[in-house]
Design a protein around this ligand. Structure first.
Ligand code: SF4
Length: 302
């Protein structure tokens, strides 16, 4: 029996579902039941009757799945698959900031720990952040943890004051103007899509700024046949599957090492040992669920 067959066998025994983020290696995407962005995957997990969720992604994503499906066993196959941007904002740091600005609303990007979400008024994703900030009544916003996404949102809401937390995604933050311009020189017909976690100067070069799922829609519906993809490199694998007649050019340096930790072997091991399991206290689950639910009410349809 090969590894893929073993995974299928164990999955059936465990009543498990395998979810993979768009940035996972191609072989992991291929074996997953669903591939998508973090929140879409968590919502998918909550709506299935699977008892076990194997989350091929990073820590905060598996935590979100647990928050939305507390009765299910959630497993992150590689426990050291941790998002450095999420780690740049802790509950111990956010607490004093909230005390300093009691009139502010805390908007937490979903790329945060459960403990940080538990302190937030509302969560947002990269696709609904502009809408969420526009819908909340507060004029003063503490936006955590991504300063690039926060600055992008600020462009659409000049009437609001957004206090930017100094976090960033190393993978997106390091995509440079020089790299995008070089790709444009090589592929002059290509449209430029970039993720809003990129720096403002890179965003200014884009034809389209969107989340990973937004990029899939843009590429599918745009009449262009070539696209420069300003996000993690393996997004081009998913894009090529969704639009096989089109060409996608990644930024070669944009690799998230934490997204590459999960392998086929770690999936087999996770299903065999049913570990490492995500555990959160009932209090944290309860508190972190509220801002996620508020986001889903506001950002419905995003
Ligand atoms: S791509 Fe960036 S935000 Fe996503 S997991 Fe990697 S470091 Fe975190």
């Amino acid at each position: 029996m090969n590894a893929a067959e073993r995974i299928q066998e164990l999955k059936a025994q465990r009543k498990a579902i395998i979810l993979a983020h768009n940035y996972q290696p191609p072989e992991v995407q291929d074996i997953a039941d669903f591939v998508g962005d973090s929140l879409g995957l968590s919502q998918k997990a909550a709506s299935t009757d699977a008892e076990v969720i194997i989350f091929c992604g990073v820590d905060f994503m598996a935590e979100s799945a647990k928050i939305l499906s507390p009765e299910k066993i959630v497993i992150l196959p590689e426990s050291d698959a941790m998002c450095p941007m999420s780690a740049m904002c802790t509950d111990l740091e956010l607490g004093p900031m909230k005390e300093r600005y009691p009139e502010a609303a805390v908007v937490a990007y979903v790329n945060t720990s459960a403990a940080v979400k538990a302190l937030a008024d509302v969560c947002c994703t990269s696709s609904n952040a502009v809408k969420v900030v526009g819908k909340i009544p507060q004029k003063l916003i503490i936006f955590v943890p991504d300063r690039n996404l926060g600055a992008y949102v600020q462009r659409f809401h000049p009437d609001k004051e957004i206090l930017l937390w100094p976090g960033y995604c190393p993978t997106h933050h390091d995509i440079s103007v020089r790299e995008i311009k070089e790709l444009q020189r090589q592929h002059p017909q290509a449209k430029v899509m970039v993720h809003p976690e990129c720096i403002p100067d890179v965003i200014d070069l884009a034809d389209n700024v969107s989340s990973t799922e937004g990029m899939i829609k843009y590429a599918r519906t745009n009449e262009a046949m070539e696209f420069i993809v300003g996000t993690e490199v393996d997004m081009t694998y998913r894009l090529s599957k969704e639009s096989p007649d089109k060409k996608f050019f990644p930024v070669p340096s944009a690799v998230c090492p934490n997204m590459k930790r999960t392998t086929i072997s770690s999936l087999v091991r996770a299903l065999e040992t049913m570990s490492p399991e995500i555990t959160l206290s009932p209090e944290i689950i309860e508190a972190a669920r509220k801002p996620l639910e508020r986001m889903m009410e506001i950002g419905h349809g995003d």
